[in-house]
Ligand binder design. Structure first.
Ligand code: UT7
Length: 316
């Protein structure tokens, strides 16, 4: 049996920080409202000349270093993003060029569930002997598709990138992945193409409270599905590394798992919602802080536009 083992993690956050207080100055909102409704205090915002591939490249360098491999050992790059540098080529190809290596590289688009989808695909390559060292990246520059005059969206989103190196191993790594989609709800959370309309740009539109209810119910189900598939019980999970959309969603998942919030890696207060980047950013923080230790069982889960949702159960 071949497993995909995480042997390195890395992350990158742009330097500029946008606080709730900063947003109070330009929007009809308050630090109190944002904190109590979302858990967010601040988020990182990329410079205009900093592309998604730049964020992804920095996170990849860290992951490669922590895995103690050469970049040339990587034989596949999968990058999850909703904010590619260009329509084409894929941002994964741009990162491959920056790393100066030669290997297949492609993007996948599943919005906030993107990193789970990418892990799932990488694991299939590994299990079929098609790759031995895979660089899996989640990177997003959500500020580039956020309307900063829309208070329902401007407060939520942030920029960043996280990356992991997966390596073929006989020791348990990814135990299972579960991915889902239901395209019927596309208009509840989407970025319509508005560019052709004068004065409009492509920006996120979301019916937040409807998305919220759907997310909580669906994440409840994915927890059950993941535990059942692995014949595990709630108490077998050491850490939840969730997509960071709203602290109230994270609390609902912890409640479902009958788990203290101290076992959930929380970055939303400092990162906001970084879409595909949020899980690998949280994973890297969990590892670097010493919270996540070898041989522990990690549940990653996400919900996002599409709708898409999914989970990965990992022996770290
Ligand atoms: O990651 C991808 C998936 N995305 C998610 O999972 C996001 C899920 N949704 C959410 O996190 C929450 O729905 C939001 C944080 C987006 C909104 O929180 P909410 O508690 O669902 O608020 P709401 O949309 O029901 O709005 C409640 C009130 C409204 O005012 P009225 O109609 O009650 O007078 C809004 O106009 O809050 C108002 N409001 C705000 N007030 C101050 C909305 N945004 C703001 C704001 N500041 N920024």
């Amino acid at each position: 049996m071949i497993y995909s083992k995480i042997i390195g993690t890395g992350s990158y956050l742009p330097k500029k920080i946008l606080t709730n207080k900063d947003l109070e100055a330009s929007l009809d909102t308050s630090d109190d409202w944002i904190t109590s409704r979302t858990g967010i205090k601040e988020r990182h915002i990329a410079d205009p000349n900093e592309n998604t591939s730049d964020l992804a490249y920095e996170a990849s360098l860290e992951a490669i270093k922590s895995a103690n491999i050469d970049a040339s050992d990587i034989d596949l790059i999968i990058l999850a993003t909703t904010t590619p540098d260009k329509v084409f080529p894929s941002t994964a190809c741009t990162v491959q060029s920056k790393l100066n290596i030669s290997c297949p590289a492609f993007d996948i688009q599943a919005v906030c569930t993107g990193f789970i989808y990418a892990l799932s695909i990488a694991d299939k390559f590994m299990k079929t002997n098609a790759a031995k060292n895979v660089l899996v990246i989640g990177a997003d520059r959500m500020s580039s598709i956020t309307d900063y005059t829309d208070r329902t969206n401007a407060i939520l989103w942030g920029d960043g990138a996280g990356a992991v190196i997966l390596s073929a191993s006989k020791d348990p790594g990814i135990l299972s992945t579960h991915i889902h989609a239901d395209g019927k709800h596309e208009n509840l959370l989407h970025v319509p193409r508005n560019k052709k309309e004068k004065g409009k740009s492509d920006a996120i539109e979301m019916q937040g409270n409807q998305v919220f209810k759907f997310a909580v119910n669906t994440l409840d189900q994915i927890v059950d599905e993941t535990l059942l598939a692995n014949n595990l019980s709630k108490s077998d999970i050491d850490w939840v590394v969730p997509h960071q959309a709203n602290i109230r969603i994270l609390e609902a998942t912890a409640k479902k798992l009958e788990m203290s919030m101290s076992k959930v890696i929380v970055t939303i207060d400092r990162h906001g919602n970084t879409s595909a980047a949020s899980i690998p950013l949280a994973m890297d923080e969990g590892v670097k802080s010493g919270k996540i230790q070898p041989n522990q069982t990690i549940l990653m889960e996400a919900f996002g536009g599409g709708f898409t949702w999914g989970s990965a159960l990992i022996k770290y």
